[in-house]
Design a protein around this ligand. Structure first.
Ligand code: NDP
Length: 322
């Protein structure tokens, strides 16, 4: 089968013929599409932190059909996998076939095409988990002032859409205001702010501006956003494109009673995945998703990986692996 094989060295990473006997798992899937997430950029680029045991097929998402009856799954069922170590500790979605364990599979919602399911991918599913975290904390999203960071990326752009459609007044923070403002407004943002406005270390308590923050970047930006939360406000943290450190103080926690929720997509149980995917099917504007999706072939994945690390992708890149 054709597969992208990441070797740990960008110079030798590329499309190759891989024997299917390299795959391990009870359920065989004919993969149609995968996608490029930030983690895939790191893995394909040979950066540390995603794949430890090289070489591996990268791709933390896959979309396809079950190839043969196995472990309660029937041949022909439309399925997807997000996370569960795919493209990290086991061969991933950037190949014509994959083997996974039965608990890893989620049925593709009937309203989504394969390309749309891949375009949502881990990025969109993680954005939905963040929205669920806010709702489960008892937050009323309708009319809430919510800051979304990393808004031009995969997680951020889908968070903007989901929150805006839930009635929130979304401010999108981006390093690409000139390029992305019209698009971010079309996704539902009521305001667009430059990344630099939160980029420098600030005071531990700042003017309270937000009922909630949906953060995908971490670092100084998240620290400043926490310092700008209103009393009782909530923030979700899922990413680290601005840095893994969190140079914050406890003051907004103890003087404003704010809450910071961690969002972890990789090992979520099936029930939580189904909640997230139901929200995505019901609430996403599919025309907007299609417009923000670029589809490339397997050979295009390496270039897309370079572009996601350089933050030059707008929205999502889907890989048609066939
Ligand atoms: P993308 O690359 O698509 O988006 C990240 C965005 O972050 C960029 O588009 C850019 O947005 C912004 N950004 C980039 N560099 C910086 C910087 N130095 N400072 C501030 N902002 C920056 O990635 P994804 O949306 O796929 O993922 C976002 C993060 O979430 C990653 O760290 C990823 O690993 C993490 N993640 C975590 C998951 C989990 O389970 N916890 C699951 C999925 C993703 P703009 O140009 O608009 O400023």
């Amino acid at each position: 089968m054709r597969a992208l094989l990441a070797t740990g060295d960008a110079a030798t990473t590329g499309v190759t013929d891989l024997d299917e006997s390299a795959l391990d798992g009870a359920v065989l899937v004919d993969v149609t599409h995968s996608s490029i997430n930030y983690k895939d950029g790191l893995a394909i680029g040979g950066r540390p932190g995603v794949i430890r045991d090289w070489p591996k097929v990268p791709g933390i998402d896959l979309v396809g059909t079950v190839a043969e009856d196995a472990a309660g799954w029937s041949a022909g069922e439309r399925v997807l996998v997000n996370g569960w170590g795919l493209g990290e500790s086991r061969h991933g979605g950037l190949a014509e076939r994959a083997r996974v364990e039965p608990h890893m599979l989620t049925r593709i919602p009937a309203g989504l095409t394969d390309v749309q399911a891949a375009a949502v991918g881990t990025a969109g599913y993680t954005a939905a988990l963040g929205v669920l975290a806010l709702q489960d904390a008892g937050m009323r999203l309708d009319g809430a002032d919510i800051l979304v960071t990393g808004a031009g990326g995969g997680v951020g752009s889908i968070a903007v859409q989901l929150l805006a459609r839930a009635g929130a007044e979304v401010t999108a923070l981006t390093g690409r205001v000139e390029q992305l403002e019209p698009w971010l407004r079309s996704l539902g943002a009521v305001a667009v702010e430059p990344r630099s406005s939160l980029g420098e270390a600030g005071r531990p308590l700042q003017s309270a501006r937000w009922d909630a923050v949906a953060d995908a970047v971490g670092g100084t930006i998240l620290a400043n956003a926490l310092a700008q939360l209103r009393p009782g406000g909530h923030a979700t943290a899922c990413g680290l494109t601005a840095g893994a450190e969190l140079p914050a103080t406890v003051l907004p926690f103890i003087l404003r009673g704010i809450t910071l929720h961690g969002v972890h997509s990789v090992e979520q149980p099936a029930a939580q995945r189904e909640r997230a995917w139901s929200m995505l099917e019901a609430k996403l504007d599919l025309a907007a998703l299609d417009e923000a999706t670029e589809v490339v072939g397997l050979e295009g994945a390496v270039d897309a990986a370079e572009r996601i690390l350089a933050s030059s992708i707008r929205g999502r890149v889907v890989v048609d692996v066939r």
